[in-house]
Design a protein around this ligand. Structure first.
Ligand SMILES: NC(=O)c1ccc[n+]([C@@H]2O[C@H](COP(=O)([O-])OP(=O)(O)OC[C@H]3O[C@@H](n4cnc5c(N)ncnc54)[C@H](O)[C@@H]3O)[C@@H](O)[C@H]2O)c1
Length: 326
């Protein structure tokens, strides 16, 4: 059977050795394409049994153009590139990988918390400018055991981060209306309402998916409910925070600092973006998922998923499993 990676050039300098080894060992064939759009996929991948994509969209028309299709794979967590309803209607499983970078994102969020709490961006600038101890002092530096960390969403990444934070002495509270009380109790974390979290946390780290419910969950009204001098971390999705409101709050000092791996309007490509000149903001270019190990894990999982789909079985990571059952 034929497994196509439709936009294989996305992973620059990667040779697909893992996929080749796993897919060919199972008696299937791996074909690397460099499609730019749906039409390219329809022209070049008609005989696909499995289509794997990073960014190229796979809609119903593409699915109909590939009559042998047994599955679709999205290299990553989000499945926006694939028309899920169209796939489900046609009985085609869609697979993604929600579990390949949990330690990386938790580490990234924790790094931002520690760096901001210790004023590292401001101190670095001071020293580089020859100011040594004479530059701005930044925020009051506080011992971990005096701080409450509030986790918005208490899924895999938040729980990993919780472990790191508790080991350092932070008091951790969490809000997640979709989890039973036992999940909080297991980690000895105080379960709170959203309002309690905003009112009590010294540091707020966001770990929910982007949904209509979480869109702009952090905005001027909810920021007003927070402690003065709160630190906000977002490694989840940019639009969960209203960027204009956060910028205002950072300027006024209501929010002391922010660590942002994701921003509302990705990508930032100009140096005159308001965040660019803020010493109390750490930015990274949606890179929290990345590490040598997470990359290898993603390719290994992708290869195994393709093989499972070729065998006609439903992989554990089938996103539309429930819809396929109907
Ligand atoms: N920056 C990156 O590179 C990167 C990488 C991976 C994941 N992420 C983001 O991190 C997010 C969290 O990932 P995860 O693996 O922990 O996901 P997860 O599914 O394990 O956990 C998400 C949690 O959010 C909760 N939730 C959903 N809606 C909520 C709401 N309205 N209020 C409060 N809680 C709510 C869910 O109940 C769930 O427990 C993902 O949705 C993804 O957007 C970012």
């Amino acid at each position: 059977m034929k497994v196509y990676v439709v936009d294989s050039d996305f992973f620059v300098d990667y040779d697909y050795a893992i996929e080749k080894q796993v897919i060919e060992a199972s008696g299937n064939e791996l074909i690397l394409e460099t499609c730019k759009n749906e039409q390219d996929v329809m022209d070049r991948c008609k005989d696909a049994d499995v289509l794997m994509t990073v960014l190229v969209k796979l809609n119903g028309t593409v699915m109909d153009a590939c009559p042998n299709l047994k599955g679709l794979v999205r290299y990553g967590i989000g499945v926006d590139a694939i028309d899920i309803a169209a796939a489900s209607q046609r009985g085609i499983p869609v697979c993604n990988f929600t579990d390949y970078c949990i330690p990386e994102v938790a580490t990234h969020a924790f790094s931002m918390i520690l760096a901001l709490s210790r004023n590292l961006p401001i101190f670095t600038r001071n020293v580089r400018q020859g100011l040594w101890t004479h530059g701005p002092k930044g925020i009051p530096m506080r011992r971990a055991s005096s701080r409450t960390l509030g986790l918005v969403g208490f899924g895999s990444i938040a729980r990993e981060l919780c472990g790191y934070a508790k080991a350092m002495g932070y008091h951790v509270i969490a809000y997640d209306p979709f989890l039973p009380a036992e999940r909080f109790a297991q980690m000895e974390v105080q379960q709170v309402t959203k309002e309690e979290l905003f009112a009590q946390a010294d540091i707020i780290s966001v770990h929910t998916p982007m949904t209509p419910d979480t869109f702009h969950m952090i905005n001027k009204d909810t920021i007003a409910q927070m402690k003065d001098g709160v630190i906000i971390i977002n490694t989840a999705r940019g639009p969960i925070i209203c960027e204009a409101d956060l910028i205002e709050a950072l300027k006024s000092g209501k929010v002391a600092a922010a660590g942002l791996d994701v921003v509302e309007f990705e990508t930032i490509t100009t140096s005159d973006h308001p965040y660019a000149s803020m010493d109390n903001v750490i930015l990274s270019p949606h890179a929290a998922y990345d590490s040598v190990e997470s990359t290898l894990d993603l390719h290994r999982k992708a290869a195994n998923t393709a093989v499972t789909l070729c065998s006609g079985e439903l992989p554990y990571n089938t996103f539309n499993k429930k819809d396929l059952a109907h």
